[in-house]
Design a protein around this ligand. Structure first.
Ligand SMILES: *Cc1c(COP(=O)(O)O)cnc(C)c1O
Length: 964
């Protein structure tokens, strides 16, 4: 499909003059029109876009030919093409279980959260004042998890159940009192979880002990253990004794629990667990061939400082009113680098919000009813199977049965397929059956027919069953009230739900209201046509482990994407498995590790990382068992070549890799990137090019050609997957041919190097990037890069008379982002980066990236999607703020009295009867060119972060008292 041309125009002159629609979508995706581009080029002082590119991108790495993606096509054509691909998937009823279950996403949540740009185009809530809506939704999620698990602290999601289990193992090692280096894993954990644990344990030197906890657990020999509850094949076992024995030996107990089962069975907290993890998928998120779904993690209170990922907490604003914000440890990778608790950055905020809303929609009684019905149907299924003479191995269970097939496994699975159902092949002698929210008595009858093969007997057995006992042992039945917080009972009607969703969304600034110029994050257009396919049933309702012949459409999609990413990046092979950029880093470094080990070079464990690198780089290197050696940057923000040479000379025999970001996190195309790669290669090391900044390179330069051995591509940056308020994302990696053998294997089959629970990560969001590339084509993608660079240079030029631009390339140009230095102003006036970031809110803007990669600076990345008018609005706001800073500098206004320090201003300020500030309310609330009719009001005043960290509260209050 790659070489298709966009229109049906043949060579015949008949069709000439009708116009060509190849650029139709590109013209929508890119903000500035031709006239804007011409005007902006004049401002930046370049003759043409090409000459600007020539001044920006070093000639030594320029790609001069085409990438080979063909012409772009209009959105209706791309959608039609994707429809035919989707139609090649076959949607059957999947009773495979193993962590993935069919679920019913309430329509009000589908349309108003999952398909609503107010939710999906938001960024991670680092700026709490403009994020109160999603922060409240994530606090609801944490509260839900805390209530379900019976533990005290939960985070705001992890990537998937497998990686959450791996985080639990790593956390157990950090906090365990045991000195052992082995970790016990219940053999009845999901196979994909075990595969991900293996990958994570190996570089750390931890041994996995796989076995039956009842017979094989030696608490003295391990630092912790993971139990699946209920087990992967269905058995519900009481882990209390195992947990006690672990605790007695100083070990840590983690439980992987199904949140639907937890409506009926005793919570991990009540059973003594220290950590609970799992996936919230069946709370409303479609299976989507593996994701995206929110994994959860909850811990005992004593472990709160060790929990990885982000935690939403409650603090107060400057008026003392309660307000939400992310707790301090949120940016710990940037602070603690290789000593961070994990590399998790992008998580699963949007799926977490969907799952929390699913819980609000149903309320505790509704959820109990759903769980009760699933269990009841399963109990009836088991009783019927036994009455039919089948051996149901599972004794105590929630929703999953393991059934002996007497050598008939293939026949049973074939009969089920005939009836439109997928069953799990547990092994040659057993099948697994998991029921879910969509199951009905007909599902159960079809199971009976498939397993027994005896139609007539089924009718007889059903008539004779009478009442069937439930199969949850009394001492494991859940006791006590939970989910009693008022919020879980507040949205009974759809009207209530709709308005709650709207109320929260209205509190937030997302891309549907304003540009979000976050450097390194690439907040570009997430086009509606790109988003439509993610809720098509042919993509949503596929189990990740469904038979290959039901996934033909997905297979085509994956193949197309891999090929397009290879052509863009110049790499030989791509893996779509990693669920985030950081997971891509880990996967890529593990590939490098595998390569060195296979060559007998196991001693290579040093990873060079420039001081300017994103915090996930050192955190990932540490996870891959590497020692981080920092390389200095010079005054221009480039890698210091002398220091690099010295570090290479010192560590040559141990050199495993260098991780560089290109263009650098300083927003510059370094001239000597080829030389850097050559030096590392000459010393036997491999080059990891962090692809987060690929938006500055697509069509212009290829990391796989100028020296990279491996890169990740943040599909949620360059390739249009929306950020979702902090996920989902995707971080596929591309590698040179020599690293291809070390790409992630299939987790469900226990293959080596599994990085995620599902073989193609969050497959359901991949159509977004497919649509983008197909609609843009070669020329469109290259133009997007050019405009991204033009927009950034335009901002740099307009702001440079007011704020110093910190770094520039050899010819005075910045890449697709630029850093402005606010430190001199702080020294002179006391005005902080936060003051400016918060004052931008009064102007209706989301702040740029604050203090990364250089403390006291803004990193501004406009992307190609912003028009000249929006760039001007932003620059005008920054210049208006500069005048307020000048007033402070001139002594006309004290910093403490200035609107800068009191920003953002709220309706409480506007209506404050005791207003006695040194500036008037109009200046406070309607600064610059802000139009009253389109004013965005921050719902809270500036947050007090220190207060929130001293008084960590990370669940909903029992009363809604602090809400307006
Ligand atoms: C965003 C980013 C990452 C991490 O990506 P996630 O998808 O958030 O894990 C890594 N490096 C750089 C330079 C980034 O900007």
């Amino acid at each position: 499909m790659l070489a298709v041309t966009s229109s049906s125009c043949g060579s015949s002159s008949l069709w000439h003059g009708l116009g060509d629609d190849a650029g139709a979508f590109c013209a929508r995706h890119v903000g500035p029109d031709a006239q804007d581009v011409a005007g902006m080029l004049r401002v930046v002082g370049a003759d043409t876009l090409d000459s600007l590119m020539a001044q920006t991108v070093p000639d030594s790495i320029r790609l001069h030919g085409a990438m080979g993606l063909g012409h772009g096509v209009p959105e209706h054509v791309a959608l039609a093409r994707l429809r035919t691909i989707a139609a090649e998937n076959r949607v059957l009823t999947s009773l495979i279980g193993q962590g993935y279950y069919d679920t019913i996403l309430p329509s009000v949540i589908q349309r108003n959260v999952l398909e609503n740009p107010a939710w999906y185009t938001a960024y991670t809530p680092y700026q709490p004042e403009i994020s109160q809506g999603r922060l409240e939704a994530l606090l609801n999620f944490q509260t839900l998890v805390i209530e379900l698990t019976g533990l005290e602290v939960a985070n705001a999601s992890l990537l998937d159940e497998g990686t959450a289990a791996a985080e639990a193992m790593a956390m157990a090692r950090r906090v365990s009192k045991s000195r052992a280096t082995a970790f016990f894993v219940d053999a009845d954990c999901h196979p994909q979880t075990i595969a991900v644990l293996r990958t994570r344990a190996e570089p750390m030197g931890w041994q996995l002990v796989l076995g039956d906890p009842a017979t094989d657990l030696d608490p003295q020999a391990v630092f912790g253990a993971l139990f699946q509850y209920p087990g992967s094949t269905g058995e519900l076992r009481d882990p209390r004794a195992w947990i006690e024995s672990l605790h007695a030996a100083g070990g840590i107990a983690a439980v992987c629990a199904d949140p639907m089962a937890l409506m009926l069975v005793e919570s991990p907290g009540a059973l003594g667990a220290d950590i609970a993890v799992g996936t919230m998928q069946r709370y409303g998120m479609p299976m989507g061939a593996g994701g995206p779904h929110a994994a959860y993690m909850a811990v005992r209170d004593a472990l709160r400082r060790n929990i990885p990922g982000r935690i939403v907490g409650v603090s107060v604003d400057s008026r003392g009113k309660p307000a939400y914000r992310l707790a301090l440890q949120t940016r710990e990778q940037h602070i603690r680098r290789e000593k961070a608790t994990s590399n998790i950055c992008t998580a699963q905020a949007l799926p977490a919000i969907v799952s929390s809303m699913y819980a609000l929609y149903h309320g505790p009684a509704g959820l109990k009813a759903i769980a009760g019905r699933i269990h009841g149907l399963t109990a009836i299924a088991a009783a019927g199977l036994r009455a039919l003479g089948c051996t149901v191995v599972t004794q105590a269970f929630f929703d999953t049965l393991k059934v002996k097939t007497g050598g008939q496994t293939d026949a049973v699975i074939a009969r089920a397929l005939e009836a439109g159902m997928n069953l799990r092949r547990v092994d040659d002698a057993h099948i697994g059956i998991s029921l879910d929210e969509t199951s009905t008595p007909d599902t159960v009858r079809a199971i009976w027919r498939s397993v027994s093969g005896d139609e007539a007997a089924v009718a007889r057995v059903e008539a004779g069953l009478g009442t069937v006992d439930r199969a949850i042992p009394a001492d494991l039945a859940r006791k006590g009230e939970f989910l009693t917080q008022p919020i879980f009972s507040a949205c009974r009607s759809e009207t209530d739900m709709l308005r709650y969703l709207r109320r929260l969304a209205d509190r937030d600034l997302a891309l549907d209201r304003t540009m979000i110029p976050l450097g390194s994050c690439t907040m570009k257009l997430n086009a509606t046509a790109e988003m439509l396919p993610i809720t098509w049933p042919e993509f949503c309702n596929i189990h990740p482990f469904a038979p290959a012949d039901q996934m033909r459409g997905y297979t085509r999609l994956f193949t197309d994407l891999e090929r397009m990413l290879c052509r863009i990046s110049g790499y030989a092979a791509v893996s779509l498995q990693p669920n985030s950029g950081a997971q891509g880093e880990f996967a890529g470094l593990m590939a490098i590790r595998g390569y060195h080990h296979a060559r007998g070079d196991a001693g290579r464990d040093v990873c060079l990382i420039p001081a300017s690198a994103h915090g996930t780089n050192p955190a990932s290197a540490q996870m891959a068992g590497m020692r981080v050696v920092v390389v200095a940057c010079d005054g221009q923000g480039n890698v210091d070549m002398d220091d690099l040479k010295a570090k290479i000379a010192k560590h040559a025999p141990q050199l495993a890799a260098i991780m560089i970001t290109y263009p650098s996190t300083h927003g510059v195309f370094e001239e000597n990137v080829r030389e850097i790669c050559d030096l590392v290669h000459a010393a036997g090391g491999q080059v990891y090019v962090d692809g987060a900044n690929l938006n500055a390179q697509v069509g212009l330069a290829q990391p796989g050609v100028y020296g990279g051995d491996v890169s990740h591509f943040n599909l949620h940056k360059t390739f249009c997957i929306p950020h979702g308020g902090g996920g989902p994302g995707m971080g596929p990696i591309g590698v040179g041919a020599h690293l291809a053998p070390y790409l992630p294997g299939a987790p469900q089959r226990g293959e080596a190097n599994a990085i995620s629970a599902a073989p193609f990560g969050s497959a359901d969001v991949l159509p977004i990037s497919w649509m983008y590339m197909v609609m843009m084509g070669d020329e469109g993608l290259k133009r997007a890069t050019g405009i991204a660079i033009l927009n950034s240079n335009y901002i740099a030029t307009r702001l440079s008379g007011h704020y110093p631009v910190l770094y520039r390339g050899a010819q005075g140009r910045v890449a697709h982002e630029c850093i402005i230095d606010l430190r001199p102003l702080k020294d002179e006036t006391g005005v902080t980066v936060d003051d400016i970031a918060k004052r931008l809110i009064d102007h209706g803007f989301h702040a740029p990236t604050v203090s990364f990669p250089v403390a006291g600076t803004f990193m501004i990345e406009p992307t190609e999607s912003e028009s000249r008018a929006e760039l001007d609005r932003f620059c005008d706001a920054m210049i208006a703020i500069r005048a307020e800073i000048a007033a402070v500098a001139a002594g006309e206004m004290g910093i403490e009295q200035s609107p800068l320090r009191h920003a953002p201003h709220t309706v409480r300020d506007l209506t404050d009867p005791d207003w006695n500030r040194a500036y008037d309310r109009a200046a406070a609330c309607l600064p610059g060119a802000v139009a009253p009719a389109s004013k965005y009001w921050s719902p809270v005043n500036r947050l007090d972060n220190a207060y929130g960290d001293r008084n960590l509260v990370c669940s909903c209050p029992d009363t809604g008292s602090y809400m307006d």
